[in-house]
Ligand binder design. Structure first.
Ligand code: CDP
Ligand code: MG
Length: 762
């Protein structure tokens, strides 16, 4: 029956007289079992979620969905869900976990209808694109029954029964509602990524399960250290779903590649020229590299003219506009019979490794790198590093080639390197990130005893101590380690504690309007910065040096390859001589006052500014909710920019560098030698600067830098600039002079008061 239905449905043409044929189709459909709340014995032709008749697209998608491997396990899954509080599900990427399992949960009758289900994703793009896909599959409008929630972007309503959200977002929800009472079932997806937020959720939800007997937890993964997870979740049952993976031939390079970018491009072109039809997926590490590679692949293939088939090269990274991201799901150009193959070439970050499934991929190019954030608690520096992937990642990447038919994976490293240099699993984020934000979240969740918190893997004590110390300096925690009132307010912002502190303090400096703009611009750029690092991997030192050319400037400025000089000149028009934070503000002011159509002439990235504007509005919303005034100093006032710089220092006083006599900068307290990034807009080398980022390369750069006065440091953060615990250095001597000056000024004022104040009238 099912097969017959499938055949007939596939004959159904969407462009036909849709209304007329729909009822005929539904009569037929009523005899087969479908999912959704419509899975009753005689499914009604009306979609029970929306109250409208099912669309033709629904039926087409349903046909495809029923072929996904998880469908074979639907009953088994529902039984396991009924009988257990916690469930672990492992299945190959693309088997239907993310899109189907939450819908199965909605079908579980014993959970009661309209019980809300949350499904977490480690990436924003995955949450948004999967929510859209599932809304289509359930034939409802996105934002109604199926919604999503990612940082600074929510699309949900009172009707929402299934919400896809980033793990960080669910954690934020837990801060307001620790028992997460609005959810009956919580699905933690892609847990093998071991993001910091997922790790915290593990421990938090374990505790919530004890308090809420009606809550169920499903933990899903593409690859898992099964025993470890079962041990952690007290023997929760494990379900395994096997995908239909075709064999994948793996090829290694004979010699280490010097430049993986160049090797990846060359390999893509070679595959296109020599291999039979089938799409190509290339893994690179970030936006800069990906855009560059797309451009080069296109150019090289075009140079061959009609000798080779045309290609469609599609970039994929999380900051690409969603409409463009969704292009990766569209089929590539079809090959003509007897002609050279035409194909789609997707150049993507790690996101295509497990979180997204792109059908039709037959060839995978894996250079073996990914970008990781790594925190060094000793020098308090967090940097994005290009680092080798793990064996588990390499396995996942290769698996992407065998979805449609037997495939090939080209690893741009040697077999020896794979065996000897790659670690087994990717290091969980909890070992490699700055924990200040996480500790603040845990405090807000009411967890005081961090040492005995039930982490799956405990963070290094040094990193935890550093986090507590930073929060203490910011005034977030008191000496007993409790959240202060200031800390409570800061925890309302989904931002780094430094940035939250700057926002909370900004009304005091009468510039919260400008500070929210700068914060929005920085939080956008933080996603987009591209940095690289000298990393030993098969003696690939040259390769890393070469990567330097892909460095992109802060994202609100465009730098098209063909107009680098003009772009640089246009950029300098916005430059503020006192620093990059003020330059960002200039760009925003300009954008607001000028015609949006002229952005391209000025090499301004309108998309980044539009996004920053959205972020800004959300920040203003939070400020207003907290009763913080949104205000500005008069633009013509002498202290307009001074106030802004002081407010910035109120948050970033720990990220300051001092210029030494030899002209180098040393970071305050940690004494790291750093250089101002060449992109900075200042016309001088100030004695003191504060910075947003520390970029590790062959030499250390500080980027997004602004001039600050030493006096402000000791006025705004005297507890941090307390000389009794300051290493001996030039900065200390400079501060001593400033404190001496302050002391003399204070005594002059005292004397004045004593002698010059007229005696009070008797
Ligand atoms: O989570 P898992 O990797 O197991 O698979 P999934 O994300 O649920 O995807 C199942 C199937 O849905 C994929 O094989 C894709 O063909 C399809 N899909 C899609 O076409 N578009 C999306 N945005 C998501 C999934
Ligand atoms: Mg998935």
């Amino acid at each position: 029956m099912g097969t017959e239905w499938k055949r007939k449905v596939s004959l159904f043409d969407v462009s036909d007289d849709y209304e007329a044929s729909l009822s005929a189709l539904f009569t037929r459909l009523s005899r087969v079992s479908i999912n959704g709340a419509a899975a009753a014995a005689n499914p009604p032709p009306i979609n029970p979620w929306s109250g409208r008749p099912y669309s033709a697209r629904y039926l087409k998608l349903l046909e495809k969905r029923r072929e996904l491997p998880v469908w074979r396990h639907k009953d088994e899954f529902l039984r396991a869900l009924r009988d257990n509080r916690t469930l672990i599900l492992v299945g190959e990427t693309g088997c239907g976990k993310t899109t189907q399992i939450p819908q199965f949960v909605l079908d579980a009758e014993d959970l009661g209808n309209h019980s809300a289900v949350a499904c977490t994703q480690p990436w924003r793009l995955a949450a948004v694109s999967v929510a859209r896909r599932v809304a289509q599959e359930m034939d409802v409008a996105i934002g109604e029954e199926v919604g999503y929630s990612v940082r600074f972007k929510h699309l949900c309503s009172y009707k929402t029964v299934l919400k896809y959200l980033t793990d960080a977002m669910l954690l934020r929800e837990a801060m307001a509602d620790p028992l997460l009472e609005k959810y009956k079932v919580i699905i933690l997806d892609e847990v093998h990524e071991r993001t910091l937020a997922t790790d915290v959720l593990f421990a938090h939800l374990k505790a919530v399960l004890k308090k809420r007997p009606d809550l169920k937890l499903v933990v899903m993964s593409a690859a898992l250290e099964v025993e470890k997870f079962q041990g952690y979740f007290s023997g929760a049952p494990l379900m395994k779903v096997h995908g239909r993976l075709h064999p994948v031939d793996i090829f290694y390079t004979q010699e280490p590649e010097r430049d993986y970018m160049e090797a990846a491009i060359r390999t893509a072109v070679q595959i296109h020229m020599c291999e039979p039809a089938g799409d190509i997926l290339v893994f690179l590490t970030g936006e800069g590299e990906i855009e560059d590679a797309c451009w080069k692949i296109n150019m090289e293939i075009n140079n061959f003219g009609d000798h080779v088939g045309p290609v469609e090269v599609v970039p994929l990274y999380s900051t690409l506009p969603l409409a463009m991201q969704l292009k990766v799901f569209e089929p590539g150009p079809p090959s003509l019979r007897g002609g050279p193959p035409r194909r789609k070439i997707v150049v993507s970050t790690n996101i295509a490794e497990t979180s997204l499934t792109i059908d039709g991929i037959v060839y995978v190019i894996d250079p073996g790198f990914t970008k990781h954030k790594v925190y060094d608690p000793r020098i308090r520096v967090e940097s994005l590093l290009n680092s080798p992937i793990s064996k588990a990642s390499a396995h996942q990447r290769a698996g992407r080639a065998g979805r449609t038919r037997p495939g090939k994976c080209f690893r741009l490293y040697t077999g020896k390197s794979f065996n000897e240099d790659l670690q087994q699993q990717t290091y969980p984020e909890i070992f490699r990130l700055n924990l200040a934000y996480t500790v603040l979240t845990l405090k807000k969740l009411g967890i005081d005893d961090l040492v005995h918190f039930d982490f799956m893997d405990h963070p290094a004590p040094e990193t935890l101590m550093r986090a507590l110390e930073v929060l203490n300096y910011l005034g977030t925690l008191d000496d007993e380690g409790n959240l202060t009132h200031l800390g409570e307010m800061m925890s309302e912002f989904p931002l780094d504690p430094q940035m939250s502190k700057m926002l909370v303090m900004s009304p005091k400096y009468n510039c919260s309007n400008e500070i929210t703009t700068i914060a929005a611009m920085l939080s956008d750029l933080n996603h987009l910065v591209y940095v690289w690092h000298l990393y030993y991997f098969d003696c690939n030192i040259t390769m890393c040096k070469q990567s330097a050319r892909f460095l992109v400037s802060p994202n609100c400025f465009l730098r098209p390859r063909e107009a680098r000089k003009a772009a640089g000149e246009a950029r300098s028009r916005f430059g503020h001589i006192d620093g990059d934070h003020l330059t960002l503000l200039n760009v925003c002011h300009w954008y607001k006052q000028n015609s949006k159509s002229s952005t391209y002439d000025y090499f301004i990235n309108a998309r980044a500014l539009k996004y920053a504007d959205k972020v800004r509005r959300q920040l203003v919303g939070i400020m207003t909710r907290l009763g913080l005034k949104v205000c500005s100093t008069d633009f013509n006032s002498r202290v307009y920019y001074v106030n802004i710089r002081k407010a910035l220092v109120a948050g970033y006083f720990m990220q300051v560098a001092h210029r030494e006599q030899n002209g180098h900068y040393l970071t305050v307290k940690d004494n790291q030698i750093v250089h101002l990034h060449p992109s900075n807009s200042m016309d001088h080398k100030p004695e003191w600067v504060f910075f947003d980022e520390f970029v590790l390369t062959t030499s250390n750069f500080i980027r997004t830098v602004t001039d600050v006065r030493g006096e402000w440091l000791i006025d705004i953060a005297p507890h941090y600039y307390d000389l009794s615990n300051f290493p001996l250095c030039e900065a200390k001597r400079a501060l001593e002079k400033l404190y001496g000056k302050r002391e003399r000024e204070a005594s002059v004022t005292r004397v004045r008061r004593l002698y010059l104040t007229p005696p009070a009238a008797p």
